[in-house]
Design a protein around this ligand. Structure first.
Ligand code: COA
Ligand code: AMP
Length: 636
């Protein structure tokens, strides 16, 4: 295979490698700066350096205001909600009007530059308005996914110490209404850093109770601000100021606050829209994700708007709302050119409509490409999507930390030949290497840890919120001079990267990133549990699902089934339904090494039906038979 003959990728990557600063200076011209950057990179600032250290800007201006003159009447935000039947389109001019009013309301509630604002909302336009309104006034938003429980929300409130929380009365799942307000009230009561105010959007599906003196009604405040003609202008911020903090699972129950800056973030996202996704201004770009995840931040909200695309805010699922043709309907109805989602969504559609009968009902003539990320794109699913769509299907690999693709197939530069199972090649900005345990680079086709040579490019996290040391320890300490991705894999002889899985306890359930360590903390808190282990096991729909093993304290003589049910409920209550923790298995003991380390890797292989060998250090080999039998009994 000779990748790149017809693609500008090779030249582009080489140009970046030869002079990264010149490359990013050129890319920075896509942005309207208030003070344009003189310096591109300061290696002395922050844990590994900072991009555009002397520039100033406003992200909301770039995403919204600057388009009003040239494309004011063009759709900017298309809301489509099969779960409520609502649809609404905002043009760039209308979007500006809504955002500047909401930003004025935030200011009235005392929010100023640098304050944190938590957004705990479903997939409705107001969630996007909230993020942009924060960006407009230099406040730092922190969006918390609606599928998290009160305790998880409380942990994030404690860390971010927000002045204000924006929320809605409910989210709508196909099988139930999720009332957010009681969860928020509970989280605030658990929190050591409660906000001064809450701005609550009452949805017609559920009316929430207001707390006197603290809670304000969204609709009333916005209507009053509009009537009074109040509108907040864009506030000048340093390119290095935080735009947002997004919490993601770490290896303990305490999530990591990934910081995103303003300047580098805009430069990287704008570059990616044209060169990686091949999106053109005026097109409709749809990331079928949630604003609570990084994909939502980057590719529902900021990137499409930065380059003048319309973005789709979809409150629904790939299946069941109402059928597996839902994605095709949205694509055809709104003229979507590019769809970005997680492979699990396509597995769900394939499972319900293997012959893609529903596709025949819709006109997808404007559709050009499907991008997949968030978890491994299994070759069967990629092949199926290619067959039914007849367009490029592009796997790309990245993380909450990086904010945009580390490795992908750059459609905008001319796609390289696809190898199923590989997200293709590193994007400019990323010098990706595979190293062994001692940090030595390994040759082609040899598995190792995937690391990125510092500095990380614009758009990637400069640090963790108020936790430079944790940042260094988590990402920089293992291999000096490199960022550790915590993914393992190899590069083949053509330079294609293959991701084989995480090296830590993070698992990916339906594209959602979860910590098994965090789940173990919850299991251990059950009064009858002596010890436990949670592993991610293969799941044909969600990629992985968590499976917990518990050893009961001696003397506990309650029904194990009852305790297992309580444990499942406990994870739902403490972490949230998104953990999808459904399998708890009681065992007499856990397999361990002679030094007492639980053999989670071997347990996973047994559960997945993969071949495995007896670990040389195992204390008692018979325990593994017991585990296999317990899994068998549970039908796993
Ligand atoms: N608020 C409250 N609860 C939520 C929620 C939200 N925003 N999102 C999900 N949940 C709940 C679900 O209702 C479900 O609850 P249940 O146990 O009562 O059924 C639970 O969290 C697990 O959700 P999920 O993992 O999404 O599973 P699902 O069975 O509801 O749907 C898919 C499966 C594949 C259809 C779904 O995961 C999907 O659409 N994935 C698309 C990819 C995606 O969004 N990836 C994100 C990163 S790109
Ligand atoms: P998140 O931070 O939620 O985006 O999760 C990041 C993790 O998801 C990565 O470290 C990978 O383990 C996994 N991941 C994301 N995209 C891919 C991909 N295209 N292929 C394989 N794994 C992926």
């Amino acid at each position: 295979m000779t990748p790149g003959n017809a693609s500008r990728y090779g030249d582009t990557y080489a140009r970046w490698k030869a002079d990264p600063q010149a490359f990013w200076r050129e890319a920075s011209r896509a942005i309207d700066w208030i003070k344009a950057p003189d310096a591109v990179f300061d290696p002395g600032a922050g844990p590994y350096g900072r991009w555009f250290p002397d520039a100033t800007c406003n992200t909301c201006w770039n995403a919204v205001d600057r388009h009003v003159a040239t494309r004011g009447a063009q759709p900017a935000l298309i809301y489509d909600s099969p779960v409520t039947g609502d649809k609404r389109t905002l043009t760039f001019a209308e979007l500006k009007g809504e955002v500047e009013t909401l930003a004025a309301v935030l200011q009235e509630l005392g929010v100023v530059k640098g304050d944190r604002v938590i957004v705990y909302m479903p997939m409705i336009p107001e969630a996007v308005l909230a993020m942009l309104a924060c960006a407009r006034i230099g406040a730092i938003h922190s969006v918390v996914f609606g599928g998290f429980a009160a305790k998880e929300l409380a942990t994030r409130i404690d860390d971010a110490a927000p002045k204000l929380i924006l929320t809605a009365s409910c989210g709508i799942e196909p099988n139930r209404i999720v009332t957010y307000k009681p969860l928020l009230d509970e989280a605030i009561s658990l929190s050591a850093a409660p906000p001064q105010s809450v701005l609550l959007l009452q949805r017609k599906q559920a009316q929430a109770t207001m707390v006197e003196g603290r809670d304000h009604d969204w609709a009333t405040r916005v209507a009053d601000a509009k009537a009074a003609g109040r509108a907040a202008p864009c506030v000048e911020v340093a390119a290095t100021d935080p735009l947002y903090v997004l919490y993601t699972s770490g290896t303990t129950g305490k999530p990591k606050g990934v910081v995103r800056d303003n300047g580098g973030h805009m430069v990287a996202l704008a570059w990616s829209m044209g060169n990686l996704y091949g999106a053109r201004p005026g097109e409709v770009f749809w990331a079928a994700s949630d604003v609570g995840w990084v994909v939502g931040h980057s590719y529902i909200v900021y990137a499409p708007l930065l380059v003048g695309c319309a973005t789709v805010v979809y409150e629904g699922k790939p299946v069941g709302t109402p059928d597996p043709g839902a994605f095709w309907r949205v694509i055809s109805e709104h003229g979507v050119s590019i769809l970005f989602t997680a492979p699990t969504a396509f597995r769900a559609i394939k499972k319900e409509d293997p012959k893609a009968e529903h596709l025949k009902r819709y006109d997808l003539s404007r559709f050009r490409a499907l991008f997949l990320a968030g978890e491994r794109a299994d070759p069967d699913t990629v092949q199926w999507a290619e067959d039914i769509l007849g367009t490029p299907v592009i796997d790309h690999w990245w993380q909450t930390e990086t904010g945009w693709a580390i490795v992908g197939n750059p459609l905008g530069l001319g796609a390289l030949p696809v190898k199923h199972g590989s997200p293709t090649v590193p994007m400019p900005g990323y010098d990706v290497q595979i190293v062994d345990e001692g940090g030595k680079p390994v040759g082609p086709n040899t598995m190792g840890s995937i690391v990125i040579k510092l500095p990380l490019p614009p758009g990637a996290l400069p640090t963790l919120w108020h936790a430079d040391d944790r940042f260094r320890e988590s990402y920089l300490a293992a291999y000096p001079g490199y960022y550790t991705t915590s993914d393992a894999g190899f590069v083949d002889e053509d330079g294609y990267l293959f991701i084989m899985g995480r090296t830590d306890d993070i698992i990916n359930v339906a594209g959602h990133r979860l910590s098994t360590g965090g789940m173990e903390e919850v299991l251990s808190s059950h009064p009858d549990v002596a010890e436990c282990a949670v592993i991610g096991i293969k799941d044909s729909l969600k990629g992985e699902q968590p499976c917990g093993f518990v050893v009961l304290k001696s003397g506990v003589n309650r029904s194990p089934l009852e305790i297992e049910k309580e444990i499942v409920q406990l994870v739902r209550d403490k972490i949230g339904p998104v953990a999808a923790f459904k399998i708890a298995i009681t065992v007499n003991r856990l397999p361990k090494t002679r030094s007492g380390k639980i053999l989670r890797g071997t347990m996973k292989k047994i559960a997945d039906g993969d071949s495995w060998s007896m670990p040389a250090t195992i204390d008692d080999p018979a325990v593994l038979d017991e585990i296999a039998e317990a899994l068998h009994q549970k039908g796993v």
